[in-house]
Ligand binder design. Sequence first.
Ligand code: FAD
Length: 410
Amino acid sequence: VAAHGAASAEGASIHTTLYDGRKAPHQLHVLVVGCGMGGLAAAHCLGKAGHKVTLFEAAPAIGEVGAGIQVTPNVSRLLQRWGAGPALEAVAVRPDAIALRRYDTGERVGYTRWTNMEEKYGAPYYHIHRADLHKLLFDLAAPHMTLRLNATVVGVDPDAPSLTLASGEVVRGDLIVGADGVKSLLQEVVLGHTNPAEATGDAAYRAVIPSDLLLEDPELKEFIDVPEMTGWMGPGRHVMAYNVRSKKEYNLVLIHPDDGSVESWTAEGSADKMRADFADYEPRIRKILGFVQSTLKWRLMDRKPLKKWIHPSNRVILLGDACHPMLPYRAQGAAMAIEDGAVLGNLLSRLAHPTQLPTFLQAYEDLRLPRTAETQNQSRLNQKIFHLPDGPEQAQRDADMRKATELELR
Ligand code: FAD
């Protein structure tokens, strides 16, 4: 079983070589669509590489949903290189380990230490609130870009290249980066046909609760005191829980079968329905769920790896969830989007002449597509492993994990 993201850090240095702030001899005007984590990372790296960046965001204000996110060493290393290490350390929590438990008894079957992340991968593993990570990326990008809010892109001319906004305004540039998320319009432009994201069969409840509630209960106190991430694996469902905001808040992600009740992809979920969905889980998690007053509900979508990320005009490319949406079971969706931005900025910092652009874009796709495709597939594999039904396969999984845990603790 993959150590939920940690393994993805391995080998990352091959693809995210040191970005040293080099300025490109030839400047492009890059139009980035989407102010998510991927769009912001791209805006920062392309702007620092000396390109003019305009970022278009449909929403009237920037921000992120009220939930936690894992920042694996492949990303914390980049943030450190970009000078955001101290800001990250100030708002994030460093977990010591991940403990994987059985859903019914709470028995800890799997355990992986995370204290050796710096030694192993050159940077720590963090847990952080999404709004804090988004702000951190925004602060990095802001000096290097012009941000256009309330700017929904409704049309793209890939040859001009230009974007048409909902207001009717047409904006021309030299290169368009589609960082417009899982429902990407730009993806359809690159492929030349519609290719909707696919339902994975899973949905997620998300909630953040005050840590004090757990600290007041002797049975739950250890989830805050001991800085571990805890996962509970059960048939068709799992829970991941960890501390955020200097251990003042406890983040919960509860995966369950998608019952089709979510009309949109994100919606307010019923806390009572959530509790009913996990009624067969061990008493401690049921107690924790008792504290949840409101929850968000997410339909989890992904897509098979695309064959190409570049429009034949060589003027439109894709990045982040727009080209590689994945199940969050390796905690790598935003990580891959941020890595994409780093690699793109690094490559285009070397652009000396416009005729080189197709070669650099091809290099971007060649470096990024295989790595993200593998991560998409691995995330699907974890879905199978975490959700095994009661029976011999599940018993074997637990036995293998117990053995690995014994070695880990030796
Ligand atoms: P998005 O964040 O979707 O941003 C796209 C932006 O584009 C949005 O702001 C949108 O408004 C804008 N936009 C869309 N269309 C248009 C348009 N036409 N015009 C203008 N703007 C437009 N990843 C991790 O790395 N670690 C984790 O621990 C982790 N946990 C997760 C847990 C859950 C439950 C889920 C659902 C996901 C998790 N992920 C995690 C994945 C991660 O959240 C996503 O992969 C990541 O946020 C994608 O970033 P993005 O910038 O590519 O897209």
